[in-house]
Every structure is written in C-alpha cells, then in structure tokens.
Design a protein around this ligand. Structure first.
Ligand code: ZN
Ligand code: ZN
Length: 216
C-alpha cells in the first residue's frame, strides 16, 4: 500500500512510454513510477501497446544491416553501463534519482536562493529544466503562474497549495490554468524534484527581478 494521492496524467505516461518526453520530465516520471504501483501499472499497459506498434513497423522497415547495427549499439551500451545503485529503504531519493545524482541527499550541491530555500539544477539534455528544491518547513514559495508545464514531486516533507496536500511520492501537474503558492508544511524541510518546460510567471516584482539570476 502506498500513501500516494496525486498521480501522473495518462498523457505524460504515454509520452514517456513512447520515448518522446524530454529528459527533465522523464526523470520525474521515472522517479514517481518507481514509488507508485498505480502509475507503474498504467505505464506498463502503455508500453505493451507501444511494443506491438514497434514490432509491426520493424517487420516492414528493418534490414539485416540495421539489425546488426542495433545489436552493436546494445553491446556498447551494456559494457559501458555504470554500476546500478539501488536505493536503501531509508534513503530520500528513489533509485532513478540516485542514479542521476550519483548518490542520495549528501551528493547534492545546493545553491542558496535566500530565505533558507536552496536549489540544485540537474544537468539534462534538451531545453526543459529539472531541479531539486529544499524549502524549510513553514516557508512559502513565491506565488506564481506557469507559461508551460510544471511537474513537482515531493521526496521528503510536504507542501500545500490551492490544489491540496502533497506528501512523499505525490506529484503536482501544473499548467497555464494553475496559479499557486506552495507552502512547505511546518515541522520538516520539504525536498522536491521539479521539472519545467518554460520559465515560471511570478506575480511580485522582486521574484521577477531575481528570476534571471535564479534561473527559475
Ligand atoms: Zn502515481
Ligand atoms: Zn508552480
């Protein structure tokens, strides 16, 4: 049984299964799915459908040469695969995130944003951004809207906003329609993994000035 109440959308799971999701968003999806039985089951269903489509197109398009080339790529991939990390039961980061960061919380190089809030932008290919945020309990993030999609998954502690309460494993899918002020629930630092495909839209003048410097 899990206590996860806020899940990924079918659209996100489908694009992840199809391999069309940017690396930043894929990391959040993989991290959520590793903790959430419900989304993993839905993802497996989408992957099964996708697999049938690929098999059918393979029969038409793939020559022997192409197959050899593919196997060659697979060989290289296997020999260079780094040692897999399996998250310990008490770790904050689930396995996909540990593999990305190269460890748990202690491996993160935080940058202070002021007010005790810290962030660490993770390196990804593509234009979308993914970051870790550390927000002291009781602290509000700047009130903001979204130009695009924002996916925020809680790893530790909790936050509340206009859409409800988000605890470990929960993921908030925010788009242009949502204007929110997330507040970390008092008593524990809230650590989140957040992906965005466009800069956030801040209401106050100060965050707007700070935005280019913070890279939010
Ligand atoms: Zn889920
Ligand atoms: Zn937001």
């Amino acid at each position: 049984m899990s206590d996860i109440n806020h899940h990924l959308t079918d659209a996100l799971l489908m694009s992840y299964a199809a391999g069309t999701l940017d690396e930043a968003f894929s990391l959040v999806v993989a991290t959520h799915v590793s903790l959430c039985d419900e989304c993993r089951a839905r993802l497996e269903a989408f992957e099964a459908v996708g697999g049938v489509l690929v098999e059918e197109s393979d029969n038409v398009a793939l020559s022997d040469d192409a197959l050899d080339a593919t196997f060659a790529l697979i060989d290289v991939g296997l020999s260079e695969e780094p040692e897999r990390r399996i998250a310990a039961p008490d770790s904050v980061f689930p396995t996909p995130l540990q593999e990305y960061v190269g460890g748990d919380l202690e491996a993160v190089r935080w940058r202070a944003l002021g007010g005790g809030v810290m962030q660490a932008v993770l390196k990804t290919s593509g234009n979308d951004k993914v970051r870790l945020l550390s927000i002291p309990g009781g602290t509000a993030m700047p009130d903001h809207g979204h130009r695009g999609l924002e996916l925020t998954m809680v790893l530790k502690g909790a936050f509340e906003d206009e859409d409800g309460y988000f605890g470990r494993g929960d993921v908030e899918v925010a788009n242009e329609d949502l204007h929110h002020t997330p507040v970390a629930v008092a008593g524990e630092t809230c650590i989140c993994l957040a992906a965005t495909d466009a800069p956030l839209r801040f209401k106050g003048i100060v965050p707007r000035i700070a935005q280019p410097f913070l890279g939010i």
